[in-house]
Design a protein around this ligand. Structure first.
Ligand SMILES: [Zn+2]
Length: 366
């Protein structure tokens, strides 16, 4: 096959002479080997008087991509065999063989690096890559981590929550002493009723009710630890009736049943979650993230889910839907009494009190 020859990459240096066996005939042909763009080796006929034919005069006998040329072992000063992809063989003297081997080496390096270099050098591509990377991170932060937390939640045994809650309970004990206000008789009544309703709801974890006070203010609040410890603060217990307390406890239990605390932690852990699940050492991964009780800062969706569970719980307790109206109104009273600003605990979480009141009003009418 005769094809027009290409311009050599370097007119002087990148040439060699050798003998070529085309694989069909036993007769070798003298060839000039030129490195051309591609990068390839071009084998040009050099019979006759002109040992270094120019690009215009030479007939190209073969053109091999340098990467596909297979160099045989050079032995002392003997010629080096080079096998082409077409099955033909080129013999180069020791010196030229070493040179051609070097071209091949350079060609390999050039094709490996430019892939990355060209990619970086072209800035639109770099910008696209950067934007994609940011998009992935943002997606993971907004959706992916939550999705991951939810998806891997069933893999996490409840015992992990127990260990974490032990850690959290230490914070509780340090900050909030036992209640001295709520009378024993009322406590027992609330505890008994709470457990009775929880049994009908088939709550999957053992639950424990605690009564605490929050310093001087007594605290208008309630909270749940992931393992089923639910804490009622004096301020709330005093202001609410037993029925209203059942409703609030239902909400808190909703956080436990839906494992919101665990989901928060796992979301925070992000990819660490995957690692933790993969290596099976989940509690130590999460344990390192339990900084304090701020861990239990639930999302708006968490609160809505807990509200929904609370409504079911209140119904199971035999309470009418308008119980929520009186609960939220009492929260509103406290909020107003405190100047209408943000109140820590229950009311600092979304959804807003207005939204909750509106929903309760609608439910009460139904
Ligand atoms: Zn809540």
């Amino acid at each position: 096959m005769m094809t027009p020859s290409s311009e050599p990459i370097a007119a002087t240096a990148a040439t060699a002479t050798g003998r070529w066996f085309d694989g069909l005939s036993t007769q070798p042909r003298r060839v000039t080997v030129v490195q051309v763009a591609g990068p390839s080796l071009e084998l040009r006929a050099s019979e006759g008087a002109d040992p270094m034919p120019t690009a215009s005069t030479a007939a190209v006998l073969a053109r091999w991509p340098l990467q596909q040329a297979r160099f045989g072992e050079a032995w002392q000063a003997h010629p080096t065999p080079v096998q082409g992809p077409d099955g033909s063989t080129l013999w180069l003297d020791a010196q030229h063989g070493a040179e051609a081997r070097q071209w091949a080496r350079q060609a390999r390096q050039q094709t490996r690096e430019p892939l990355v270099q060209r990619w970086i050098a072209s800035w639109p591509a770099a910008v696209v890559a950067l934007v994609c990377a940011i998009a992935v991170i943002v997606w993971f932060d907004r959706v992916g981590a939550g999705w991951l937390a939810q998806a891997s939640l069933p893999l996490i045994p409840r015992s992990v929550e127990k260990g974490l809650s032990k850690q959290l309970m230490q914070h509780v004990d340090q900050r909030w002493p036992e209640s001295r206000m709520v009378q024993q008789e009322r406590r027992e009544r609330i505890v008994e009723r709470f457990h009775a309703v929880a049994r009908t709801m088939e709550v999957p974890v053992p639950i424990t009710l605690q009564f605490r006070r929050d310093g001087i203010q007594a605290g208008f609040n309630a909270m749940a630890l992931p393992d089923g410890h639910i804490i009622l603060f004096d301020g709330l217990t005093e202001a609410l009736t037993d029925d209203e307390i059942m409703a609030v406890l239902g909400h808190e239990l909703g956080h436990v049943v839906h494992r919101h605390g665990m989901q928060r932690l796992m979301r925070g852990a992000g990819l660490l979650t995957v690692a933790g699940v993969a290596v099976g050492d989940f509690s130590s991964v999460l344990g390192s993230l339990v900084g304090g009780l701020q861990t239990l800062h639930y999302s708006r969706d968490d609160e809505r889910e807990a509200d929904a569970y609370g409504r079911q719980f209140a119904a199971a307790a035999g309470l009418r839907p308008d119980i929520w109206l009186s609960v939220w109104r009492k929260f509103r009273e406290v909020q107003d009494a405190q100047g209408g600003g943000e109140v820590p605990g229950w009311m600092s979480t979304h959804p807003t009190l207005d939204e909750r009141l509106k929903e309760a009003e609608a439910a009460a009418v139904r």
